[in-house]
Design a protein around this ligand. Structure first.
Ligand code: ADP
Ligand code: MG
Length: 366
């Protein structure tokens, strides 16, 4: 079954290291997404798995077999490319049946395969249309259908939804997951949209500058990111620097300066260590009185978006944090300029070693 194993995959373009010793195993029937800033090496990696690019170093195994010298057509892969690439002069039907035809399948077999695929992807009504008569969503469905025609159990998707409107993108991403799961495929899905990755994947791999930063289940990456970069790239986070003042049985106390202290359930650092703490805007509560784990602040900006309030809060010393708050009926609205307390549960205060090159560099996307 299609397990993919990458060992030390490295690819250079002159001085650029597009993939820098990548080690990754994708299990049979697993849906894995790769996210990372533009230019971090996602497309290069997927093309190396497909056999379109040869790595300078490292091995690609599919089903336990070394495939470095196996040409793309013999790797048993369905591939949806980053840019919509249907043949413009062919109908949906002809686009879909093209692959098996050039491979010399008997016509009847190819047609049956195409009919089955079209049924599965639900584009029966469009089979006589030309690509420029289709919506972006249907074009991409056709591209997925074409990739599935090989009946290979490994599907590689490079930003398959990148060119679509948000609404279409959201619907289609669940469709793709459904098809992958229904057919028992193994899928590797590259995207720069972290929300897309989080909502459809069994596991998400975060890449940066040709390397894997970390990989994990979506919720795990969100709640307990191992790296500062992930905390920033996946979702949203506030960052403050401080020093561990005490480590106890149930966690540690971080001194943030300006008479501010916060407790965290994290015990991985030692007293005196310089650290960065991170917490997500939606885990912060606004109070009018001091609580167990609160910092004083002043509301300096309020943005209303639907039932969500986005507050910017200035802390003593001038650092600013973002707080997201859902509005419930009957509640007093926070006011601009109001002095409040922000309350952060200790389990949501993530603690990291202060990065060697500084916080800014650690979080930067390039
Ligand atoms: P992503 O898909 O994550 O945006 P890519 O894999 O396309 O990233 O590119 C990774 C890096 O390799 C980028 O810096 C890109 O400019 C560079 N790169 C990719 N393809 C080539 C090429 N054919 N020649 C030179 N540099 C390339
Ligand atoms: Mg790319």
């Amino acid at each position: 079954m299609p397990e993919v194993k990458l060992v030390n995959i490295t690819k250079r373009y002159g001085r650029i290291i597009a993939n820098d010793h990548i080690n990754l195993t994708i299990k049979d029937r697993e849906y894995v997404s790769i996210i990372g800033p533009s230019g971090c090496g996602k497309t290069t990696l997927i093309k190396i798995i497909a056999g379109i690019i040869k790595p300078d170093e490292g091995e690609v195994y599919i089903n336990g077999k070394l495939v470095n010298d196996t040409p793309i057509e013999d790797r048993g892969i369905g591939y949806v490319f980053q840019n919509i690439a249907l043949f413009p002069h062919m109908t949906v039907w002809d686009n879909i049946i093209y692959g098996p035809k050039v491979k010399g399948y008997p016509l009847e077999e190819a047609e049956n395969l195409a009919r089955e695929t079209i049924e599965m992807i639900k584009i029966s009504a469009k089979i006589d249309s030309y690509p420029d008569e289709l919506s972006g969503g249907t074009q991409q469905k056709t591209a997925v259908a074409r990739a599935l025609m090989s009946r290979s159990s490994l599907l590689l998707l490079d930003e398959p939804l990148g060119a679509l409107d948000l609404k279409v993108r959201t619907v289609l991403r669940y469709e793709i997951r459904r098809i992958v799961k229904d057919l028992g495929l193994t899928a590797l899905h590259v995207t720069h949209d972290q929300e897309e990755a989080m909502s459809i994947s069994d596991r998400v791999v975060v890449m940066r500058k040709g390397r894997i930063v970390e990989a994990g289940r979506p919720l795990e990456l969100y709640m307990r990111p191992k790296r500062l970069f992930t905390a920033n790239f996946v979702g949203e986070a506030n960052f403050l620097t401080g020093e561990i003042s005490r480590v106890a049985e149930n966690g540690s106390i971080i001194d943030l300066g300006n008479n501010m202290k916060l407790a965290s359930t994290d015990k991985s650092r030692r007293a005196g260590e310089r650290v960065v703490i991170a917490f997500r805007p939606e885990f912060v509560a606004i109070r009018r009185e001091k609580g167990k784990n609160t910092l004083p602040g002043r509301i300096i900006n309020i943005i209303y978006s639907g039932n969500l309030l986005r507050l910017t809060i200035e802390l003593p010393g001038g650092n600013e944090i973002t707080v997201k708050k859902t509005i419930r009926s009957g509640e007093t609205f926070p006011r601009l300029g109001e002095r409040i307390m922000v309350d952060i549960p200790p389990e949501n205060v993530l603690v990291y070693q202060y990065p060697e090159g500084g916080l800014h560099k650690e979080l930067s996307l390039d």
